[in-house]
Design a protein around this ligand. Structure first.
Ligand SMILES: Nc1ncnc2c1ncn2[C@@H]1O[C@H](COP(=O)(O)OP(=O)(O)O)[C@@H](O)[C@H]1O
Ligand SMILES: [Mg+2]
Length: 213
């Protein structure tokens, strides 16, 4: 398995969230989710999709829910979103009284005029059956009547300081033993995206293994 896939976040503690208040809300959605649908907004690399996934994993685990295809991208969902989503909802709700959970990434990709108004009606009609978690890079492209259905959380990309503890735990999982100060130094001059950061950690691991050999 590739390094980045191996270290994808699995639980809330693995997530890197810049603002502690936002982290509190995400934690709440992982443990005792409010009934309001959640929309994670912000630029690419703000860890929106990973946070949405961790909320979904937590829900499936808590209720022991069997699931198949629970994560969609609005760009490929198309106009027959209802059939695709309801097939999954029925699957999740088989032998399970709790609501199904559906993640929709890039929800702004739904056409503003032809799809968003109908999707809003769909959300209202199914709110007793479905928990929605959505992400967007462009919340301004979402009609206000749809936007207002969600608890909106604006996420900023984490800074290199925000990544220190996560980087430390990945390095420990790889059998290295740096302390917090080493990792702070390593990330001090780092100024790239979350993806670049995972690559940097991988390079560090490879370099250290090469030295040991
Ligand atoms: N806590 C984390 N640990 C490891 N990798 C992460 C973590 N959070 C995000 N990533 C990786 O960083 C990248 C950006 O995260 P992502 O959730 O896709 O951002 P967004 O959806 O906001 O654009 C992805 O490659 C993701 O797998
Ligand atoms: Mg995303």
């Amino acid at each position: 398995m590739s390094f980045d896939l191996k270290h994808l976040p699995r639980t809330f503690d693995d997530l890197v969230i810049a603002d502690p208040l936002n982290a509190t809300v995400i934690q709440q959605y992982c443990t005792q989710p409010p009934s309001k649908p959640l929309l994670l907004a912000g630029p690419p690399g703000a860890c929106k999709t990973e946070a949405a996934r961790v909320i979904a994993y937590s829900h499936f685990e808590r209720h022991n829910i069997q699931h198949m295809h629970w994560e969609f991208n609005a760009a490929s969902l198309g106009k027959d979103y209802e059939a695709k989503i309801m097939a999954e909802v029925n699957h999740q709700m088989f032998a399970n009284p709790d609501r199904a959970l559906i993640v929709i990434n890039e929800i702004d990709e739904m056409d503003l005029r032809s799809v968003q108004p109908k999707f809003r009606e769909f959300m209202d009609a199914k709110r007793h059956l479905i928990r929605f978690v959505a992400t967007t890079n462009h919340k301004s492209r979402i009609m206000s009547a749809l936007l207002s259905r969600f608890r909106l959380l604006d996420l900023d990309p984490p800074s290199s300081t925000d990544w220190v503890l996560r980087a430390l735990s990945i390095l420990h999982a790889e059998g290295l033993n740096p302390d917090r100060q080493d990792v702070t130094l390593m990330l001090q001059s780092f100024d790239g995206s979350a993806r670049d950061l995972i690559d940097l950690i991988e390079e560090t691991v490879m370099a250290s293994k090469a030295i040991k050999q």
